[in-house]
Write a protein that binds this ligand. Structure first.
Ligand code: SF4
Ligand code: SF4
Length: 81
C-alpha cells in the first residue's frame, strides 16, 4: 500500500477542524498549546507510526489549501505524487 505524509502550511490554517473529522486514520489533530500568525490553533500531524496512506482526503476538504500530501509507493520505489 502506498504510504504518505502531509506538509502543513501552519499560518494558512483557520482551525476549522474539517480535515480532522475526515481523516480515515485519525492522525490529524488540533494543536492545543500554540497559535499561528492568524491567531488560530493550527492542525498538526500526529503520525509516529506512519499510518498516513496518502489518500489526500484532508487536502481535498481543506478550504484554505493548507495541506500538501506526498505519497510513496514502496513497490515502485519512487515518489508517485
Ligand atoms: S492523506 Fe489521508 S491518511 Fe494522510 S493525513 Fe490526509 S486524510 Fe489522513
Ligand atoms: S481543513 Fe484546513 S483550515 Fe481547516 S483545520 Fe484542516 S488544515 Fe486547517
Amino acid at each position: 500500500m502506498a504510504r504518505g505524509t502531509v506538509v502543513i502550511e501552519v499560518d494558512r490554517c483557520k482551525g476549522c477542524e474539517l480535515c480532522t473529522t475526515l481523516c480515515p486514520q485519525d492522525i490529524l489533530v488540533m494543536g492545543h498549546d500554540r497559535f499561528n500568525a492568524r491567531g488560530y490553533r493550527p492542525v498538526e500531524l500526529d503520525d509516529p507510526n506512519g499510518k498516513c496512506t496518502g489518500c489526500a482526503l484532508c487536502a481535498l476538504i481543506c478550504p484554505d489549501v493548507v495541506l500538501t500530501v506526498y505519497r510513496y509507493d514502496p513497490k515502485r520505489a519512487q515518489v508517485v505524487d
